[in-house]
Design a protein around this ligand. Structure first.
Ligand SMILES: [Mn+2]
Length: 436
């Protein structure tokens, strides 16, 4: 299998040297080399130890175009991308890796596209290289984007491929770097992958693992190898905001299947920032750049700054993004919401959780008029009130008379005509042809 460099500019800068031409670094990177890790603190620290070797910025899961309680997030996203760009510039990174789910939607709006393409245009203008992978949310927009972004400093990987899977370059310190990319392996793509050999049938996780093994086999020990992938890894701590099907156990690839000969595995897909404990080499999800919904209250959002070299040194730092809007869930009662919600003014967005069995008419409208920072109001009934409310399941095993009396209880005086329709609907539901 021949290796194809995806970006012509990078081809000319970094032709792969014949093994005999490569400098020997004394130690081999492959195998059980001892890597020096330092724990993450959340501040940008300048003048770190390995500033002259290779530095990368790892981000993922931008989900540009997603909304919160019906509000667009373009303002916040623009500020976050400004922060990422500023960090890439200030920290003099060699490459920015965006590990998938750039867009929230396969057909992103013009505003979404402008935010994203402006970011890469700025990186190109500053001469900062980037590697961009498609995630499961990204769609065909990656196909035309690839041609355009490749005119700049970006290398775009829109689908898993046995032909276009890596990009090589030399760091500012003139060390050889190779980023191997695995965009989201959709099930239909996995089964057709070239280059993975004949043993690529069977289960999804097994097939992906086989392909990762093949990708790892294309790496050379004398390079600084980085693996970037949009993948569900078994054991990752989820949030409530991933697309449920895509994180089901069926799609979970064992952490042990990640490449071991890399210095760092930059992952996207799971929205919580974390380091994977069972991986053979340092592997992290950078997480989303913003808090996707109110279940992510208090979750830190940021990116990873990674320093490494050909001698096996590695430093990973999680840097928080200050523009990620804070989200709060505030418990209230019908008579104290104003006092409870006031402290959250100017502190991002709030969801009011009102405990009330019978909330006053238009309380929601009143709260939102008084507290514009409240973007969502949820009413929580007490358990007693909840259990007396009829459910669809209960209706199915109920007589027509009960259904009619319940209908009257909810809708007041109903005419005989209406009751006739209710009776017909009841017949339809309880005698439904299950084969239909
Ligand atoms: Mn994803």
């Amino acid at each position: 299998m021949s290796q194809v460099r995806v970006t012509p500019r990078m081809d000319s800068r970094m032709r792969r040297k014949h093994p005999s031409e490569r400098p020997s670094h004394g130690k081999k990177v492959l195998g059980g080399i001892e890597k020096k890790y330092s724990g993450g603190n959340n501040r940008l620290v300048r003048n770190r130890r390995y500033t002259n070797n290779m530095r990368l910025l790892h981000t993922a899961d931008w989900h540009v175009g997603s909304t919160l309680a019906g509000l667009d997030r373009f303002g916040e996203t623009g500020k976050l991308l400004d922060e990422l760009f500023a960090a890439a510039q200030t920290e003099k990174v060699d490459v920015v890796i965006v590990a998938g789910d750039v867009f929230d939607n396969p057909m992103p709006s013009n505003i979404s596209q402008k935010l994203v393409f402006d970011f890469f245009a700025r990186l190109s203008g500053a001469g900062i290289r980037s590697v961009v992978l498609a995630g499961n949310h990204d769609g065909q927009v990656f196909v035309p984007s690839k041609s355009l972004l490749s005119l700049g400093t970006a290398s775009v990987f829109e689908k898993p491929s046995g032909e276009q899977y890596q990009v090589g370059f030399r760091s500012r310190a003139d060390e050889p770097v190779v980023v191997t990319a695995l965009p989201y392996p959709h099930e239909r793509v996995v089964m057709k992958l070239n280059g993975a050999g004949d043993d690529i049938h069977g289960d999804y996780a097994g097939s992906v693992s086989t392909f990762i093994r093949w990708l790892a086999g294309q790496m050379h020990a004398s390079d600084i190898n980085i693996f970037a992938a949009h993948l569900m890894i078994a054991g990752a701590q989820l949030t409530d905001t991933e697309r449920p099907m895509s994180v089901s156990p069926f799609f979970a690839v064992p952490a042990q299947s990640l490449p071991s000969s890399t210095m760092y595995n930059a992952l996207g897909h799971v929205h919580r920032h974390q380091q994977l404990v069972n991986a053979p080499t340092r592997s992290e999800y950078s997480g989303t750049i913003f808090r996707v919904n109110f279940s992510e209250e208090g979750t830190p959002k940021g990116f990873n700054l990674v320093d490494t070299d050909t001698r096996g040194n590695l430093t990973v730092q999680f840097c928080e993004l200050k523009s990620a809007i804070e989200l709060h869930n505030v418990e209230c009662a019908v008579d104290d919401w104003a006092n409870r919600l006031e402290p959250y003014r100017n502190r991002g967005y709030t969801k009011a959780r009102i405990h009330a069995d019978d909330p006053p008419f238009n309380l929601q409208g009143e709260i939102r008029a008084v507290c514009p920072w409240v973007v969502k109001v949820e009413f929580l009934r007490s358990e007693a009130a909840t259990t007396t409310r009829p459910t669809i399941e209960a209706l199915a095993s109920t007589s027509l008379e009960t259904v009619q009396s319940m209908y009257r209880a909810y809708n007041g005086n109903a005419t005989e005509d209406v009751m006739k329709v209710v009776g017909e609907l009841f017949q339809e539901v309880t005698h439904a042809d299950t084969d239909a």
